[in-house]
Write a protein that binds this ligand. Sequence first.
Ligand code: GDD
Length: 380
Amino acid sequence: MHKTLIVTNDFPPRPGGIQAFLHNMALRLDPERIVVHASTWKRGREGAEATAAFDAEQPFPVVRARTTMLLPTPAATRRATGLLREHGCTSVWFGAAAPLGLMAPALRRAGAERLVATTHGHEAGWAQLPGARSLLRRIGDATDTITYLGEYTRSRIAGALGPEAAARMAHLPPGVDEKTFHPDSGGDAVRARLGLTDRPVVVCVSRLVPRKGQDTLIKAMPRVLAAEPDAVLLIVGGGPYEKELRALAEATGVARSVHFTGAVPWSELPAHYGAGDVFAMPCRTRRGGLDVEGLGIVYLEASATGLPVVAGDSGGAPDAVLDGETGWVVRGTRPEDVADRLTTLLGDRALRTAMGERGRAWVESTWRWDLLAERLRALL
Ligand SMILES: Nc1nc2c(ncn2[C@@H]2O[C@H](COP(=O)(O)OP(=O)(O)O[C@H]3O[C@H](CO)[C@@H](O)[C@H](O)[C@@H]3O)[C@@H](O)[C@H]2O)c(=O)[nH]1
C-alpha cells in the first residue's frame, strides 16, 4: 500500500454509516501510512471542540478544513494537493466519490499514482440524474477504481460510468466489528434501566429520517400488540423525523408501547442492540429512487449481536440479509407485512435463536472489517 491521503466530508465525530465505514477502514490501515483530510463536523465552538477532541485520539494525523463542507473548489484542491506533497502521499482515497473525486486530475498531476473513489447509497440515486451522471462519469475516468457496496449499487453506478471505468470497479462493502457487537453486549442492563425486563422488544437503531421506516414500524404496532400485548418498540437514534414519529405513535394509539431513546453514544450502541429480541428497520426507497438505502450497516451489527433481522426492500438493503436464514426482507411500504414477520419472530424463540446464530456466523465469515480492510489495502 502506498502512503495514502484520505479526502472526505464524512468522518466522525459526525455520525452515520459512511462516517463509520471510513473510520473503521482507516483504523485498520497502517497509521504511519495515512493522512486524513476532512471537513469540520459542526459550526461554532461546540463543533470545533468535539472535532479536535476526536482527532486527538486518532493514531493517524487528521487535517481539518475549517468549513463543514469540503467542495472541489480550486482553493480546496490546492490544499489537498499541498497535503499530498507535504506528507509524501502517492495514493488517494476519496471516502465518497462525488463530488470530491473531481479533484482527481489535479492530485494525479501532483504525484498521486493510485486514486480510489468509494460509492455509497446516494451515488446510486444520483446515477439517475443527467447532471450527476456526467459528474460520476468524469470521476470514473479520472480515478483508477470506483468501489461499490453490492450488486444493486454496482449496477446503478456502472450505468453512469464509461465502459472502461465500469470494468475497473471493485466491491468494497462496509463491515462490522464482531468483537464490539456480540450476543453478550449488555442488553439486560439497558432493558432494566428502561423498565423493559421480560417484555418482548423490537429494536430499531438508526438515524430518524423517513427512508429508514420507523414510521412503518409504528404503524405495524397495533397488529403486533394484538398478538403480543406486552411488546415494545425500542427506537434508538436521533434525527429530524422524531417529532413526526412521536405524533404518529400518539395518533396510532401505541405511544405507551413505543420507547424513544434519542441518539446514544457509540460506547452504548452494542448494549442497545442487545436489548432487542428482534431487529427491524423496514427501509423504503423515496423520491423516485433518489433517497435509497446503499446497504445498511445496522443489519450487520444486529446479526453480529445474534438478533434476527427484518429489513426493508430498499436498494442494497437485501444484500445485508440472507432472506429466510438470518431474517427476512419485507416490503418497506407495508406495515401489515412487517407486523406478520415481527409477530412470527416474537412468538418463536427457537426461530429467533436459529436466525440469530446464522447471522452471527455470517458476519464472522464474511463481514469483518479486518477482511474488508485487506481489500482496500490491496486497491491502494
Ligand atoms: N453512536 C450512534 N450510532 C448510531 C446511532 N444511530 C445509528 N448509528 C450508527 O450509524 C450507522 C448507520 O449506518 P447505516 O445503517 O449503514 O446507514 P446510513 O447512515 O444511512 O449510511 C449510508 O451509507 C452506508 C455506508 O455506505 C450504507 O451502508 C447505508 O445503506 C447508507 O447508504 C451504524 O453504524 C449505526 O450503528 C446512534 O444513535 N448513536
